[in-house]
Design a binder for this molecule. Sequence first.
Ligand code: FES
Length: 209
Amino acid sequence: MTPVDGAGASNPNLPVDRAVTVGREPSSSPEQIPQLAEVDCPPELQERIEALMARYPERKSASIPALWAVQERYGWCTPEGIRQAAAVMRVTPAYLESVASFYDLLHTSRVGAHRIEVCTNISCWMRGGDELLDAFRAAAEGEDVFVTGFECLGACDIAPMASIDQRYFGPLVPGEAQTAIDQLLSEDAVLPEKSLERRPLAGDTEVPR
Ligand code: FES
């Protein structure tokens, strides 16, 4: 291919800059948008994604919640689930894969039946977040539980904290990691006294008249 503006264009003794070329052709055909009839999308998933798309003027804006819906159904963003979502959204699977691979909370491979994110950002780190993460990792050893450190989960007031299957718990001590995982695996309520959703909110207390 003839260089048009690279080093080799003006000086034949210099190597040709292959990045500076025109008329480059893709090496394969563009990916097609799958048809709904091809992908066997479960009706509930299709309805959910269509409802999500209806919330936005641009259907691609629903990509993250649509991928979340796929992950909730299959446990992770499976290639099959991504093709189903792509067919409903009328985008290419590659587009949704690029979104899914960008976000830490979306998984493009199977990670485990349960997911625990332990915050190790500043407030949690100062109150023992690293030790808490180590304790969860040790307690999850050999179990179908994915444990990872995470940046601020926005619940610094209960530091150090963890998200366990999308529910927030804190403040936690390392000794509670094993208890939490045992309860999770036996489908008991996890650390009810540390559950953020069970904490009273401002206004919950009855004001004496
Ligand atoms: S630093 Fe841990 S939730 Fe904010």
